[in-house]
Design a binder for this molecule. Structure first.
Ligand code: MG
Length: 461
């Protein structure tokens, strides 16, 4: 328990450590510090991959044998969330453990932007550096592409990748702070990221390390290498995912061959739901509703797998709520690192969920932000979509309420029959806005300004 921390002096600590039973009850941070145990962490983070776009999450056409095996050897999370349904804020939340409204990144960043992740909010890499971790970011950053926002200014020893989305120009490929190719040859990106990742693992096998691998794919424009192009029954999108699956397989193979399997936690998930309007080039979020840009489940509930032999029980399923924001406090705890000082994280330690099937989520509620607007909230099995009053003072639309355990597709609005639940969730949401910023409820009506007809404009000229 984190609360034990200040009261445990060195003598008590060593006494506790001397007895096996007492040591077993030590808080994980203390045990990690005492034993010097610093597990390795690999986070593989894909871009715009849908909830169904893995074999083990039900894809009928895309074959992902490596990730399916990873799930069979580890734990599959069915109720796992990112904190935004678009790229930049989702990444900000993963790396800082805070809702995007607190990180300075609440919308997608573009090449013209000069801003980025607030330097006051610490990243996982910065936290793990305090425990001597080797750190690398390989892939799409998208949290500011100028100093002081690039990865090497934010706790990563090295960076290789494209600094924003692959549909933005001029699409440079960067090594640390230098452009090494422009535009990047996208067809070979997944392969080159994988080679870089395996080289990093080999070079750091004797140190504790944190590898953050945010793939550029399957964000459009899709591109796969010659080896994978035209091979999948799922079309080009399937080719791209199958190449990512190969990549994950290479990483898992390297970890095993280097003899560091039992001290390496590997996590796989995606940054937001599929870009459905891209049709065959977008993914699939079934059985969830909607996709990217949406606060319905398809936008923010992600496929997620975690594997750590000897620590995470094999072939297990977790259907408790867990978040990318939980990574920072969880990895910090496992590494014995102090949390950032001066502010509270929104993420919580989920090591119990990972290691003890049947453990309960530490979250009373999850807030679905779209930009700076809190549009929905989940608590337990209930999810409410919240509507604000109109700017004209008239009531907004009635809230929607879904029972996610009985109705994963958010098809049946049961708000009318559960007014008390709606009231409780709306109160929790209002408190969430107060704590985390932003504004409450979707559908705020703007005052209508009469459209000028072309004829009027002509007269004015
Ligand atoms: Mg994305």
């Amino acid at each position: 328990m984190e609360g034990d921390r200040p009261s445990m002096n060195r003598r008590n600590f060593l006494r506790a450590l001397a007895g096996g039973a007492a040591a077993a009850s030590l808080p994980a941070w203390a045990l990690a510090k005492a034993t010097g145990e610093r597990p390795n962490f690999v986070v593989i983070f894909t871009d715009d991959q849908g909830y169904q776009d893995l074999g083990c999450f039900g894809s009928p056409k895309i074959k992902t044998p490596n990730l399916d095996r990873m799930a069979a050897e580890g734990m599959k999370f069915t109720d796992f969330y990112v904190a935004a349904s678009v790229c930049s804020p989702s990444r900000a939340a993963l790396l800082t453990g805070c809702y995007p409204s607190r990180t300075g990144v609440t919308r997608v960043l573009f090449p013209r932007d000069k801003t980025g992740l607030k330097t006051e909010t610490k990243t996982i890499a910065e936290v793990l550096k305090t425990r001597g971790y080797a750190t690398a970011c390989i892939g799409k950053w998208h949290l500011g592409h100028k100093p002081p926002h690039l990865p090497t200014f934010r706790g990563f020893d090295s960076y290789f990748g494209i600094p924003y989305s692959n549909d933005m120009r001029p699409t440079p490929l960067m090594r640390n702070t230098e452009t090494v190719e422009e535009p990047a040859n996208q067809a070979t990106l997944t392969q080159r990221y994988t080679e870089e990742a395996v080289a990093f693992l080999k070079a750091n096998k004797d140190k504790p390390f944190f590898l953050y691998l945010p793939h550029t794919m399957p964000h459009v424009p899709l591109a796969a290498s010659e080896r994978f192009k035209g091979k999948s029954a799922g079309g080009l999108y399937g080719d791209v995912i199958e190449e990512i699956d190969w990549s994950a397989g290479e990483i898992l193979k390297a970890i095993k061959e280097l003899g560091i399997d039992s001290k390496t936690l590997v996590i796989y998930t995606s940054d937001n739901g599929p870009w459905l309007s891209k049709k065959a080039h977008g993914g699939c979020s079934l059985p969830l509703r909607n996709g990217k840009f949406s606060t319905y489940e398809g936008g923010m509930r992600m496929p997620c797998i975690m594997r750590w032999p000897g620590k995470i029980p094999t072939g297990t399923l977790c259907s408790e709520m867990a978040l990318t924001m939980d990574f920072l406090p969880t990895l910090a705890k496992l590494a014995g690192a102090d949390l950032p000082a001066g502010y509270e994280l929104n993420g919580k330690d989920i090591s119990a969920l990972m290691t003890r099937p049947g453990a309960k989520t530490p979250h009373e509620a999850f807030f679905y932000y779209r930009g700076t607007t809190l549009e929905a909230i989940r608590s337990g099995k209930w999810k409410a979509i919240l509507y604000a009053k109109g700017s004209d003072g008239q009531p907004g639309r009635p809230h929607e309420l879904y029972d996610l355990k009985a109705d994963i597709s958010e098809k049946t609005n049961v708000a009318a029959e559960n007014a008390d639940v709606v009231k409780r969730l709306a109160a929790l949401a209002a408190a969430g806005v107060k704590a985390n910023g932003g504004k409450f409820g979707r559908g705020v009506r703007k005052k209508k300004t009469p459209k000028k007809t072309p004829q009027i404009r002509k007269e004015k000229r």
